[in-house]
Design a protein around this ligand. Structure first.
Ligand SMILES: Cc1cc2nc3c(=O)[nH]c(=O)nc-3n(C[C@H](O)[C@H](O)[C@H](O)COP(=O)(O)OP(=O)(O)OC[C@H]3O[C@@H](n4cnc5c(N)ncnc54)[C@H](O)[C@@H]3O)c2cc1C
Length: 398
């Protein structure tokens, strides 16, 4: 079921803001239940399901930046993979290039690398996926289920007499009049930068990000040999994790070849290094030189990939649901990337939130018992997650 989208008036049962994994999965499940759903995402592209576009897109520089981030690789854990397939069916992942991860090699609690085969994990193998491709595939899937996609940014949000008015535009004010959407229920799926939108809807940020990540993709295939290379390498289908004096590293095979690498470190350490005159590339090379496993994966250590930064660590908001709104994924609770559970929570929270919205009924003031039960579940999850990163870090031998 789709709604006609025009600049004059668009109305839906549910508007989902944010088309990352959490928003796209929630939108699909709500549409499956018969709701008229509009999904708004500023990264949604043309051709992802024939949706409306609010205005024009940004210039080349911004596009290049987005493209680099779009090539980021994350691990969809075995558990998250199973849950996603159970909820959406095999078609959701069919077109996503992926490398199946058969083992984890960690230099963490012991100086010697420890190898764990995916055979011994209860949920089976995870997938190293390009995030841009995963997100686009999940949005297309939602469109096939009847969700109307809108490419643009939500720039205004207001609630009166039990209904939301949502203004959407594509970045530049001169791009035209915002598209105005109206809905009874709002699903906030705006990711880890969600504080602003959650605040508008009534939640407050609680705590702040404790880590920064530097990310990069070395497009050449790894060597995994040479003097000093541990004999557990080469490991073309492994997740490699390593604790170092600078922070911690992870490496995943990139589905388009080479390795995707991340270094997570305290923002203070990153700030101090940059203030001392080190460039990001110099910081990266210096930190890489202190690794044992990760540097052995790279044939040309001196070649620094194009790097970009991301807020890492965990964060929480004061509420995951309120009158007429419910938050999913990172907009509800941000797990530490060290836990590897962000995508699992995105899918699990989307499924639970969709269930809560469907069972809340037409009560204008909000979710009733189902939404409260959902918010309590998120609260419990957040409390569990709060010190996962700290516990892992404490157990690291650097
Ligand atoms: C460095 C790093 C590495 C990670 N690695 C892993 C990993 O290997 N495995 C794992 O499971 N998890 C990992 N995570 C966590 C994972 O990335 C997140 O948990 C996941 O992206 C959450 O999905 P989401 O849909 O909630 O949010 P997002 O993926 O952030 O999606 C939010 C969407 O909202 C859109 N949006 C935001 N504001 C607006 C607006 N105003 N208007 C329109 N659209 C808007 C954005 O364009 C975006 O598409 C990692 C996180 C970091 C920082």
């Amino acid at each position: 079921m789709t709604v006609p989208l025009t600049h004059e008036r668009s109305s839906a049962d549910v508007v989902v803001i944010g088309g990352g994994p959490a928003g796209a999965v929630a939108a699909s499940l709500l549409a499956d239940a018969g709701a008229a759903v509009v999904l708004v995402d500023r990264r949604a592209g043309a051709g992802e399901g024939g949706g409306a576009r609010a205005g024009r897109s940004r210039g080349g520089g911004a596009r290049a930046g987005r493209a680099a981030r779009g090539s980021a690789v994350e691990l969809l854990s075995g558990e998250a993979r199973r849950l996603l397939l159970a909820r959406l069916g095999a078609a959701a992942l069919e077109a996503v290039p992926a490398v199946e991860i058969v083992e984890t090699i960690a230099r963490w609690e012991t100086a010697e690398p420890q190898v764990t085969s995916a055979l011994w994990t209860p949920h089976g193998r995870g997938l190293a996926l390009e995030r841009g491709a995963l997100d686009a595939s999940l949005r297309s899937h939602a469109a096939r289920r009847g969700v109307s996609l809108v490419a643009g940014s939500v720039v205004g949000l207001e609630r009166a007499r039990g209904r939301w008015t949502i203004d959407v535009e594509a970045g530049r004010p001169e791009a035209g009049r915002p598209l105005r959407l109206r809905a009874a229920t709002l699903v906030l799926a705006t990711g880890r930068g969600a504080a602003g939108w959650s605040t508008l809807a009534g939640a407050r940020a609680r705590g702040r990000f404790t880590e920064m990540a530097l990310l990069g993709w070395t497009a050449e295939p790894g060597a995994g040999s040479g003097p000093g290379a541990p004999d557990v390498l080469p490991a073309p289908r492994a997740l490699v994790v390593e604790a170092t004096p600078d922070g911690w590293w992870y490496a995943l095979p990139h589905p388009r070849g080479g390795r995707f690498l991340g270094l997570s470190l305290a923002p203070a350490a990153l700030g101090a290094a940059l203030r001392s005159g080190l460039s990001r590339a110099e910081l990266w090379s210096r930190a890489l030189g202190r690794t044992h496993l990760v540097r052995a994966l790279l044939p040309h250590r001196e070649a620094v990939p194009r790097l970009w930064g991301a807020a890492a660590g965990a964060a929480r908001w004061s509420a995951a649901a309120g009158p007429g709104w419910i938050a999913v994924g990172d907009a509800a609770c941000v797990s530490d990337p060290l836990s590897g559970s962000g995508l699992l929570f995105a899918v699990a929270s989307a499924a639970r939130a969709a269930h809560a919205v469907i069972h809340a009924g037409p009560s204008p003031e909000g979710g009733g018992g189902a939404a409260e039960a959902y918010a309590a579940w998120v609260e419990g999850y957040g409390a569990e997650q709060a010190d996962v990163g700290a516990r892992f870090r404490a157990s690291a031998v650097r």
